[in-house]
Design a protein around this ligand. Structure first.
Ligand SMILES: Cc1ncc(COP(=O)(O)O)c(C=O)c1O
Length: 357
């Protein structure tokens, strides 16, 4: 399929941010977006790049009533020499397709989606910020567009990609966060939507996150829905613990998102010859290790922060300080390794980086 490009006219172009140190997250979008339409029986048609604009949706569009939506989050990085890189972009579209299947939505062709993304990023390449730690955030999304009230999968869909410059996650160094172990609310149950990147999971997480913030915590650590016993993930990150000489993360059993950063960390830890386990880990084991002094480090992993060190865990009214409230050695080493690959500062032995410009 040929991608038609309708470039923005000069009067449609937006003012680019001039001070990259003031870039936040998720508020600024570039001049263009990619779109394509799906119709049952026809498949995906009309791939195009157009000036960024508001969508026009019928108020009965099924996404607005039954939540048929899936999305992704990845980034493009600018190296010191001006090159632009994508990191594991194919994996994000593969995950998008898995989410789509769970929500009875159509898959996209992974190679075509990567081509479309490359074309879009290169058209707006002046928007990829240059300062250290900044990047271009990429949000592919599919929504159900058919105007119909009645619960069944939609017959029509829109797939689009929007992109925008985002600031350095760590402006004042890698500060460890305080997390609250949530034992009242749940995020997702096995057999539900937890492993899909879809709106419902984020809606389910809001109230717990707000209540935790009011108590002074950055995020909540979710426990399994059935027994409120096993550690799952935290906010928009997967969770890792270093207990003794073992690095542990929850297995992918259906209720947590299979993070791309999680997968990268597992691979690197194994390459470095450190014991890496994907296994069920109870909150009691974590607390016990903290009491005994064998809980060496804890950190979250995700596209936004890469590695987010945890300095304190609070469970049932008790605070447990991790790694003396500082960032641990392995957390820092993993952060440096992944960031160096993303920004083209070292060789990529993993085959994760794609130079696009
Ligand atoms: C619920 C949830 N878990 C984990 C992650 C981390 O995934 P990734 O490493 O692919 O960004 C994210 C972010 O996308 C998320 O939203």
């Amino acid at each position: 399929m040929e991608i038609k490009v309708a470039a923005a006219r000069p009067e449609q172009m937006k003012k680019k941010p001039t001070d990259e140190s003031k870039l936040g997250f998720g508020d600024i979008f570039t001049d263009h977006m990619f779109l394509m339409d799906y119709e049952k029986g026809k498949g995906w048609v009309n791939p195009r790049i157009e000036p960024y604009r508001a969508l026009s949706l019928d108020p009965a569009a099924m996404v607005l009533h039954y939540g048929q939506e899936v999305f992704e989050g990845l980034k493009a990085y600018r190296g010191k020499d001006g090159s632009i890189y994508l990191f594991r972009a194919r994996d994000n579209f593969i995950r998008l397709n898995r989410s789509s299947t769970r929500l009875c939505m159509p898959e996209v062709d992974v190679d075509f989606a990567v081509e479309a993304l490359k074309k879009l990023v290169l058209l707006d390449k002046e928007w990829v910020p240059k300062s250290q730690g900044t990047s271009l955030y990429i949000r592919p999304t599919t929504i159900a567009t058919e105007p119909h009230l009645g619960v069944r999968p939609s017959h029509t869909y829109l797939f689009y990609i929007i992109i925008g410059p985002v600031g350095a996650y760590y402006k004042e160094g890698l500060n460890p966060v305080k997390i609250y172990v949530e034992d009242k609310y749940i995020r997702a149950a096995k057999g539900g939507l937890g492993e899909a990147k879809t709106v419902a999971n984020y809606a389910a997480s809001l109230l717990a996150a707000e209540e935790a913030k009011e108590k002074g915590f950055t995020q909540v650590l979710w426990l399994d829905a059935k027994e409120r016993k096993f550690v799952e993930e935290v906010g928009t990150m997967n969770m890792f613990f270093i207990i003794g000489d073992e690095v542990v993360t929850a297995p992918l059993t259906g209720s947590i998102l299979p993070g791309i950063t999680r997968d990268s960390v597992i691979r690197i830890v194994k390459e470095w010859g450190i014991k890496m386990s994907e296994r069920s880990l109870s909150i009691d084991e974590v607390i016990d290790a903290a009491d005994k002094g064998t809980l060496k480090e804890a950190f979250g992993t995700g596209t936004a922060a890469v590695i987010s060190p945890v300095g304190q865990i609070t469970y049932r009214g008790r605070d447990y300080v991790v790694a003396g409230g500082k960032m641990g050695d392995l957390s820092l080493k993993l952060y440096n390794e992944i960031v160096a690959v993303q920004y083209g500062e070292k060789q990529d032995p993993y085959g994760w980086r794609m130079k696009i410009g």
